[in-house]
Design a protein around this ligand. Sequence first.
Ligand code: G3P
Ligand code: MG
Length: 253
Amino acid sequence: MSNPANRRWPWPRVIAHRGGGKFAPENTLAALRKGHELGFRGVEFDVMLAADAVPVLIHDETLERTTSGRGHVAATPAAVLATLDAGSWFDARYRDETVPLFAEAARLCVSLGLWANIEIKPAAGQEMATGRIAATMAAQLWAQAPPALMPLLSSFSETALAAARSAAPQLPRGLLLDAVPNDWHARMTKLDCVSLHCNQATLDERTAQDIMEAGYGLATWTVNDPDAARRLFAWGVDAVFTDRLDLIRPDFR
Ligand code: G3P
Ligand code: MG
């Protein structure tokens, strides 16, 4: 559940990774619906630009793993992505799922009352454009949404985050770091980020304390083991991204 009392992280503590975790094809509208149906109040998904600079939900730069298409997302127009089957790789029941437009996903999240962490996932060379376009559209798409649903933008790409800050400075930003480097504080300050998101396998308690004592939200991915979730929450970590929507429930303690 969201926690407005936590000033570092006023958002849900347990977040459905790629929409529906392991219970739906990642980064599809069905995944967002599944996360919601399973009681989650917050979802994470990945946003990349199609060839015509239209942002869509997809994780990989290439189409083969999660769709019926071939080649690069950045070389394929959004209208073509909309004809692909993005669900059968997961289960034949999902064969009608396609690569969603970011705008469609945003409207669905708002209508379901789902909070979103938008991971800006640029294809190589598209960092600045992806950050700018994702942030500009997010500001428009959530303009009429309740304040509690205002999304958090995040990225591994510091160039994308800088472009997002220029385009929509009012939207909060989180920096993704696989392992937390020694200069994490300088990077956070430079980009004016409110939260740091890291791989749970690389995090130690001392570093977690340092980040939170500095006033930043701290979120970790991908936490699929309830014992790991317990350990991280015992350290005070603000949020976890999980695929195991069955084991690490929204009210997990
Ligand atoms: O945003 C957290 C997590 O999704 C980052 O890794 O590869 O699953 O996008 P990935
Ligand atoms: Mg992601």
